[in-house]
Design a protein around this ligand. Structure first.
Ligand SMILES: [Zn+2]
Length: 137
């Protein structure tokens, strides 16, 4: 996609600090660096979000993510690591090209994720699950 910044990075039209590259994925340093070692793993093909990922692309992205996460742990020894991935602007996606964040975490590092649980009754969980299972069938 011609106006996509990540497609331009994949095409080497925009410089990036790459840590891993294979046939289907590119992993590079997030320029924001929430914490040192913050890496983005993107699929090379322009796929906007998780809904458009082919099975092989999904497998390749998470395969690369697991490898790079282990390398981040070995290199920086963070006490934690968050994997963050957003789909759609309301979810916080700012670049509409599928990617996930590998974010080394430290105590009181300022990163926040509000998790407003609703704790619905079991019947509601069953109802929600039935709706999802119907789509998987
Ligand atoms: Zn793109």
């Amino acid at each position: 996609m011609t106006d996509c910044v990540f497609c331009k990075i994949v095409a080497k039209q925009i410089p990036a600090t790459v840590v891993h590259e294979d046939e289907a994925t590119l992993a590079f340093m997030d320029i924001g660096q929430v914490n040192p070692g913050h890496v983005l793993v993107a699929c090379k093909a322009h796929v906007e979000n998780v809904y458009g990922l082919a099975d092989a692309q999904a497998a390749a992205v998470f395969h690369a993510a697991a490898r790079v996460a282990r390398a981040i742990r070995a290199a920086f020894n963070p006490p934690g690591l968050s994997i963050y991935q957003a789909n759609g602007i309301p979810a916080g996606q700012t670049v509409l090209h599928f990617h996930l964040h590998l974010l080394p975490r430290h105590d009181a590092d300022g990163m926040q994720l509000v998790w407003p649980v609703k704790n619905p009754p079991r019947e509601k969980l069953e109802e929600y699950a039935a709706q999802i299972r119907a789509q998987l069938a």
